[in-house]
Design a protein around this ligand. Sequence first.
Ligand SMILES: *Cc1c(COP(=O)(O)O)cnc(C)c1O
Length: 364
Amino acid sequence: MDTPSFDIRPTITPTATNVRDEILSAPGFGQYFTDHMAHVRWTADGGWHGAELRPYGPLTFDPASPVLHYAQEIFEGLKAYRHGDGSVWCFRPERNAARFRQSADRLALPRLDDATFIESLRVLVEKDAAWVPTPQDASEECSLYLRPFMIANGKFLGVKPATEVDYYLIASPAASYFKGAGKPVSIWLSAHYNRAAPGGTGFAKTGGNYASSLVAQQEAIDHGCDQVAFLDAAENKWVEELGGMNLFFVYRDGRLVTPALTGTILEGVTRDSVLTLAPELGLTPEERAISIDEWRDGVASGEIVEVFACGTAAVITSIGQLVTENETIESPAGNEISQRLRTHLLDIQYGRAADTHDWLTQLA
Ligand SMILES: *Cc1c(COP(=O)(O)O)cnc(C)c1O
């Protein structure tokens, strides 16, 4: 389909400037939302139609709407960054658009074409540009978090793919994801729960993966940890990822190892960007299986010098310790490489370093 032009229906009750300024001074994460949202509707008969930008607000559903019962849902997450000259950019949105299509295929939802996906980002960010926070200096990681999602709608309780679907985009001003950005986080190793299994939905960004990870995340918090790490479901041996972030291991000899994509790991845009930037920092990237024993023994022998997690929300976060039911594995004290990668990535995203990979798209 041709890129639709979105029908613009502005709110008649925009947030007052002083209220917005107060929100932007301490936005937290995912708590406040901008004045508008984008919407496109799909029906089996009519395809995608009715693209609009409309006031942000509650949705109404029929109680028999399939998303409420069978979780036929997918989402994305990316950020809009304000550069020093006031312009607003997003990072590799075509990767998110492509992943959204792959997730749609797995969840038997219709594909939204990439041009419509990216146009929805542009119309919302253009309209709500005043909601994109301005960093005061290079240490401040504020942005406008963008959350596209697609849900099965309609009215039936039969188990079959929906014939009515809605795509929405909402936006939320964000400070850094973890309190005290850059501080190492602690990880709980889930022994009882897996996130994904072969043939399942691990590679798709879908709410069900998160729903099933919450009890493990709660276990992590109960053990005083920040996040949970999952092993593979078949052997409970191979390291996969955290609930919402990919994992990397830095070796003393300069290798940078991350678990290979096997269908049970979400292919992070940040993961791919780190793999691309690694050689520029003198590192040798390696995608392969890594076992929990290699993690433990590598840290003990000093072979592994840093462990970190990465994702759009939290960028790059050092892992300070791994806690299991029987032991606590202290990660090496170093975070020099992960901090260099983090700074390099942020400098590109905020327009402070040259965009040599053509990763940025201007939105406003
Ligand atoms: C979104 C997500 C990531 C990180 O992906 P990015 O594109 O880097 O934000 C990693 N793991 C899971 C399970 C995710 O849902």
